[in-house]
Design a protein around this ligand. Structure first.
Ligand code: NAD
Length: 303
């Protein structure tokens, strides 16, 4: 059993840490916010800084919102880097930018430690059920050492390549999810406006090439008008920004990603920052002057 540090005990971090404790590991916790009492009650040790966590633990996991938060947790005052000694491993499981990730890894390597970027997909439900998909970048030896911990938190665990490749994979995942939500939203809105029952259209399409988890889950949310998150539009905007900033740095274009981000922006500008990302359909509905499931046959056409 290992001594494991866990920094960032929010929506995702809390259940992930709970699964590590259930697996028999001793956890050392730190968060800017008060630590969850239920984890302390299960025997986890509260620490006053990332530095204290890094002195106590062999493997230190971070699960914080965005790139600046990871930088602060690792290299800020009393951060993880100040408490590291040779041979320890830092594992960032947040979804952040791939390019700074390589730099963070280099700075941790200079201290004689390995770094893994290991973002996840599967949401709060996957974190609770320990079924997360985990996409890892970093050296093979560190991956092998941390794998038993990953197996307590997830199911589909892949070492993709070197540092940054885990975060790149997560960005690719978020591009596919966003563009599929966009496609499903356009298709269901079109069908509804044409007079077909969108629930039956969804059911019919679930058997063919157009079927997907997004059509199944997010399509249902669009039809039932269930936009409480789930995964917030503002978090998906952050992830598509990573894609678009990366594309700018690589001097390439991602035209469909850019267009879908505009729809998220439109939804956010109309009160939707905290809607589930399936709420992207509402941006299309505003443009179509038509809402799924709403009979507007009596409505006057716009001039
Ligand atoms: P959250 O906001 O619920 O939790 C983040 C925690 O980090 C908070 O408790 C915050 O106090 C803490 N924190 C921030 N800066 C810190 C610092 N410098 N030192 C110590 N603690 C700090 O966020 P979340 O939903 O748990 O998401 C975490 C990451 O996982 C994000 O990168 C997100 O994109 C990703 N993710 C989230 C989901 C989801 O469904 N929520 C799914 C997959 C991936």
């Amino acid at each position: 059993m290992s001594d494991v540090g866990f920094i960032g005990l929010g929506i995702m971090g809390r259940p992930m840490a709970a699964n590590l404790i259930a697996g028999g590991h001793t956890l050392y916790l730190y968060d800017l916010a008060p630590l969850p009492q239920q984890l302390l009650d299960k025997g986890a040790v509260g620490c006053g800084s990332g530095e204290e966590v890094a002195r106590a633990a062999q493997i230190i996991i971070t699960m914080v919102p965005d790139t600046p938060h990871v930088e602060a947790a690792l290299f800020g005052p009393n951060g993880v880097a100040a408490g590291l000694s040779k041979g320890k491993i830092v594992v960032d499981m947040s979804s952040i930018s791939p390019l700074p990730t390589k730099e963070f890894a280099r700075r941790i390597n200079e201290l004689g430690c390995d770094y893994l970027d290991a973002p996840v997909s599967g949401g709060e439900v996957g974190a609770k059920q320990a079924t997360l998909t985990i996409m890892v970048g970093g050296p093979e030896r560190a991956f092998s050492e941390v794998k038993p911990l990953f197996e307590l938190m997830g199911k589909n665990i892949t070492l993709v390549g070197g540092n940054g490749d885990g975060q790149t994979t997560k960005v690719a995942n978020q591009i596919i999810v966003a563009l599929t939500i966009h496609a499903v939203a356009e298709a269901l809105l079109f069908a509804d406006k044409a007079g077909a029952d969108p629930a039956r259209v969804r059911q019919a399409l679930m058997g063919g090439f157009a079927s997907s988890r997004i059509l199944e889950l997010h399509g249902e949310r669009m039809i039932k008008r269930e936009f409480q998150p789930g995964f917030r539009i503002e978090l998906h905007q952050k992830d598509l920004n990573l894609a678009l900033e990366g594309a700018r740095a690589l001097q390439m274009s991602l035209p469909c990603t850019a267009e879908t981000q505009q729809l998220f922006n439109m939804a956010a500008a109309n009160g939707g920052r905290a809607w589930d990302h399936s709420g992207l359909v509402r941006a299309l509905e505003m443009m179509a002057n038509h809402q799924i499931g709403h009979d507007d046959s009596m409505k006057q056409p716009l001039d």
